[in-house]
Design a protein around this ligand. Structure first.
Ligand code: ZN
Length: 58
């Protein structure tokens, strides 16, 4: 399952190995092979993250 994470946080996580915080509050380490990428919409997305993300849209 993927979580929505700000792209800058994903990049920082991939480069430095630092954990990123998803929109739902879940802390995890993004990987360079697609796991945790907000752009990977084909995979199932955390429903909590999705609802938060929808709420951020204008
Ligand atoms: Zn999530």
């Amino acid at each position: 399952m993927n979580h929505w994470v700000p792209k800058s946080a994903i990049l920082a996580g991939v480069v430095s190995g630092e954990a990123a915080r998803a929109l739902c509050g879940q802390i995890f380490v993004p990987s360079s092979h697609g796991g945790g990428s907000a752009a990977d919409v084909a995979a199932s997305v955390c429903p909590l993250c999705e609802s938060v993300y929808d709420g951020l849209l204008p």
